[in-house]
Design a protein. Structure first.
Length: 203
């Protein structure tokens, strides 16, 4: 009795999966923070208009600088020069990133406040009319919140500037955002090996 040949499963070819490249992330610089954050004149105007507490920019900047300098001195000989520079790079980058995030948040809230305020000009929109007596309208609250976020981002920019100044004093170099080294290109030998291994899986 002859044995029937078993039906072979359909061949599945597997191709080498290319390594996923890390998406490029734009490095955050202090210039980007300053571009989005209110300047001193605008901050002063918001304080007067909304009756908010002023931001002591110079005080925050200097206090942050002194705090980081004292922390660096506390390490003593526990960190060598390179290790201290790497640590300071990360600390300063965190301050700059925080200020940048706050500046972006302020920009979003400013846009929302402007949109709500512009809708008030339309008499047909009942939802944009003033609320009950004793309560602020939604647009008024949005404007106030945007002003508060403006001063918040202004304060965090002061802290970022203080961290950058401390970095320069401690390391003797100007701070710049960390950029990961580019992944090395695959060598000719590695490419050839990948092609040869793929040949074993060809149909």
């Amino acid at each position: 009795m002859t044995r029937k040949p078993t039906q072979k499963n359909a061949k599945t070819t597997t191709k080498p999966v290319p390594l996923r490249s890390r998406p490029d992330r734009k490095s955050i610089t202090f210039g980007m923070v300053a571009q989005l954050t209110p300047h001193q004149g605008l901050a002063d105007n918001l304080v007067r208009t909304f009756g908010l507490d002023p931001v002591d920019y110079d005080g925050i900047r200097d206090a942050t600088k002194e705090h980081i300098a004292r922390a660096a001195e506390a390490f003593g000989t526990a960190l060598n020069e390179k290790a201290l520079q790497i640590h300071m790079q990360r600390i300063t980058g965190a301050f700059v990133s925080s200020a940048f995030g706050a500046a972006q948040f302020y920009g979003n809230k400013k846009s929302a406040a402007m949109e709500l305020t512009s809708k008030l000009l339309n008499d047909d929109r009942d939802e944009d009319r003033d609320g009950p007596l004793g309560f602020e309208s939604k647009a008024e609250r949005a404007r106030l919140f945007a002003a508060e976020m403006a001063l918040q981002s202004f304060a965090l920019m002061a802290a970022a500037e203080g961290a950058i100044t401390a970095y320069a004093d401690i390391t003797g170099e100007n701070w710049k955002p960390y950029e990961a080294p580019a992944a090395p290109a695959a060598s000719v030998a590695r490419k050839s090996a990948a092609v040869e291994m793929a040949a074993f899986q060809a149909a």
